[in-house]
Design a protein around this ligand. Structure first.
Ligand code: COA
Length: 332
């Protein structure tokens, strides 16, 4: 049986640290509110003069390749998860391919928000298992800061989201690696967390070229209470689904790496599953919610800190816009 295994993992975050105290100088918020509701203390925002989604992704990818003992030229296919690609189209996959000098290889974009990285990993896993490719670069990268409404009106979302990139290299193995992936969606809740523009759904009378190009409507709308309520249920469901599919129990999890949506959500899951502190990895305090990038950034940091070891069982789980939710169980 052919399995896929994570051969290397890397990440990159922009240099500029945005603290809660800084945010409170530009909008009506404060460190105590943000810390209590979300656990976030700071996040990174890009420098628009030098950072792009694609070049942050390239830095994360090179780190992952180097840790895998591979070079750019080994990559045969790219799966790129992002909701904030540098251009409305084409997607970020081709831009990353260009950054890495890999003209000709296929590049696929995934737009499943916070679940995007697990969706991307699942697709890459299928390609490796079928023997179609031997080395796939799977990336999650986001620039949220340029779309945040930093006026008082946008304070419920502006304090949560951050920028960054993470990447993994997937390679075949005769030993299990990725044990299973589980993907779900419920589009009835699409408008609970979304960005309406630029979209194709305007009435015709409004669809003037200049309005299509006007991205002033490109702001995140989130119904935080609804998102929270659904997230805690779906996270639990999809983690239990992954354990059941592999005849495992929560005690078998060496490390749970949840999508870094909100520290309160992670703590709720940890408590419900009775996991010890060392069984759950969180870094939302330092980066906020980086959507599709959050899981690979967290995995990369956990690995670098020695919290992921050979043979460990790693559980990834995510929930977000769509709604979409997903999990992956991995033997490292
Ligand atoms: N600073 C200070 N006050 C704020 C604020 C901010 N940044 N954002 C909102 N508030 C205020 C609101 O205006 C409201 O004031 P009011 O009571 O006078 O009307 C009050 O705080 C409570 O707002 P509410 O939206 O009910 O807060 P909440 O307790 O639901 O917390 C979230 C808001 C966003 C932190 C919470 O709903 C949440 O974490 N949801 C999940 C979000 C998430 O995980 N998203 C990513 C999914 S991938």
């Amino acid at each position: 049986m052919r399995y896929s295994k994570i051969a290397g993992i890397g990440h990159h975050v922009p240099e500029t640290i945005i603290t809660n105290d800084y945010l409170s100088t530009i909008m009506d918020t404060n460190d105590a509110w943000i810390t209590e509701r979300t656990g976030i203390k700071e996040r990174r925002w890009i420098n628009p003069d030098k950072d792009t989604v694609a070049n942050m992704a390239a830095k994360a990818s090179r780190m992952a390749l180097q840790r895998a003992g591979l070079t750019e030229k080994d990559v045969e296919f790219i799966v790129f998860a992002t909701i904030t690609s540098d251009y409305y189209f084409p997607g970020s996959g081709v831009l990353l391919q260009r950054e890495l000098g890999l003209e000709g290889i296929g590049a696929l974009d995934i737009k499943n928000a916070c679940s995007g990285f697990i969706y991307a990993l699942s697709i890459a896993d299928q390609f490796i298992k079928t023997g179609m490719y031997k080395t796939i670069l799977v990336v999650g990268a986001e620039i949220q800061s340029s779309a945040l409404d930093v006026s008082d009106r946008g304070r419920n979302t502006a304090v949560i989201f951050g920028d960054g990139a993470g990447a993994v290299i997937l390679r075949p193995s005769d030993q299990p690696g990725i044990l299973s992936t589980h993907l779900h969606a419920d589009g009835r809740f699409a408008e609970e967390l979304y960005v309406k523009d630029p979209g194709g759904s305007r009435p015709n009378k409004e669809r003037q070229p200049e309005q299509f190009l006007d991205t002033s409507g490109f702001k995140v709308h989130m119904n935080g209470n609804q998102v929270f309520k659904h997230a805690v249920v779906r996270f639990m469901e999809v983690i239990n689904e992954a354990l059941a599919a592999n005849n495992m129990a929560k005690e078998n999890i060496d490390l749970l790496v949840p999508h870094q949506a909100n520290l309160r959500i992670s703590q709720y899951i940890q408590e419900k599953l009775s996991l010890r502190d060392d069984q759950v990895y969180n870094n939302i305090m330092r980066y906020g919610n980086t959507t599709a990038a959050s899981i690979p950034i967290a995995m990369s940091e956990a690995w670098a800190e020695g919290k992921i070891k050979e043979n460990d069982v790693i559980c990834l789980a995510a929930f977000g816009s769509g709604f979409t939710w997903a999990s992956a169980l991995i033997r490292w």
